[in-house]
Design a protein around this ligand. Structure first.
Ligand SMILES: C[S@@+](CC[C@H](N)C(=O)[O-])C[C@H]1O[C@@H](n2cnc3c(N)ncnc32)[C@H](O)[C@@H]1O
Length: 279
């Protein structure tokens, strides 16, 4: 049995991370990819027309606008201690630095990706009180949403009430797309779900559940093959000192992976990474 420090501390040099099992059948994200050409015509360029670097730089450069959107979103959610802290943090950063702040977090990243990539389908591991899923739903109200969580009681010292609470939050943003909750440990539920839904691919996926090094890596390995070509995967906490190995997990599994373009923000706060699948 590994200790807490081994699970959540820096990634050991000899750690072996799980490998995603790739298949040839991934669908193309409609808005992000060029349309498939008729049989016989040459597709000179790869289908994906925008990369993570461009999206990340837009979100960081236009940070004041994205933070205003994030503030509007957080104001509508049921308050909790962390959300109240974030709202003050945003206000202070903008007062001090304006757009020069360049701050990015999971909320502004989900908002930016949703606005720019227009995903039709979204999978989230780690929903908690619905903050990140509502960011998606606020801009993509018809998207299909699949939410995986085991609703760990009192997660991070705050109430974690479950699907009824998240449903009520999503209703505030007039989300009309199909929703499903898959309750339980993601290390069991994801594998079962993908076995039962062999054709399920998602335009956007957030991995923000199990924060242990190997647990987060397993979630990433499980979902990557089900990301559409041109779809985006987000990973929270790339520079959170409480989970020091996650930045390294992100780097090894996505930044070093030629299938993806990536953007990583690890300046301040807890950090965020996202990647767009090229093939
Ligand atoms: C950091 S919170 C998610 C925060 C949310 N994405 C947001 O932006 O507010 C992590 C969530 O993951 C869930 N979780 C932790 N380990 C899990 C596991 N192995 N399987 C499923 N859910 C898990 C917890 O119950 C918690 O609700």
């Amino acid at each position: 049995m590994s200790t807490k420090a081994e699970r959540f501390g820096p990634l050991p040099k000899d750690a072996v991370l799980p490998e995603p099992v790739w298949t040839d059948s991934a669908s193309r994200s409609e808005f992000v990819c060029s349309p498939k050409l008729p049989e016989g015509e040459t597709e000179w360029y790869p289908p994906v027309m925008i990369g993570a670097g461009a999206v990340g730089s837009t979100i960081a450069t236009d940070c004041k606008r994205y933070l205003a959107m994030a503030e509007g979103l957080l104001r509508q959610l049921e308050p909790d201690e962390y959300v109240e802290y974030l709202r003050k943090y945003y206000k202070l950063g903008i007062e001090k630095f304006g757009d020069d702040w360049g701050y990015v977090d999971i909320v502004t990243a989900v908002l930016g990706l949703s606005q720019i990539l227009r995903p039709n389908s979204y999978l989230e591991i780690g929903v908690r009180r619905g903050r990140s899923v509502c960011a998606l739903a606020s801009l993509c109200p018809t998207a299909q949403i699949s939410m995986f969580d085991m609703w760990v009681e009192n997660y991070a010292g705050m109430d974690n009430p479950g699907p009824d609470h998240v449903n009520a939050e999503l209703d505030k943003f007039k989300h009309t797309g199909k929703r499903e909750f898959i309750n339980g440990n993601s290390h069991e539920t994801l594998k079962k779900y993908f076995t039962e839904n062999p054709d399920a691919y998602f335009d956007m996926i957030t991995v923000d559940g199990d924060h242990s090094n190997l647990g987060a890596a397993e979630d990433i390995a499980d979902v990557l093959p089900r990301l559409s070509i041109g779809g985006a995967v987000l990973f929270d906490d790339t520079c959170n000192p409480n989970v020091a190995g996650l930045g390294e997990v992100w780097h090894k599994m996505l930044v070093e992976n030629s299938r993806f373009s990536t953007y990583t923000y690890s300046d301040v706060g807890y950090g965020i990474g996202f990647a767009i699948r090229n093939y």
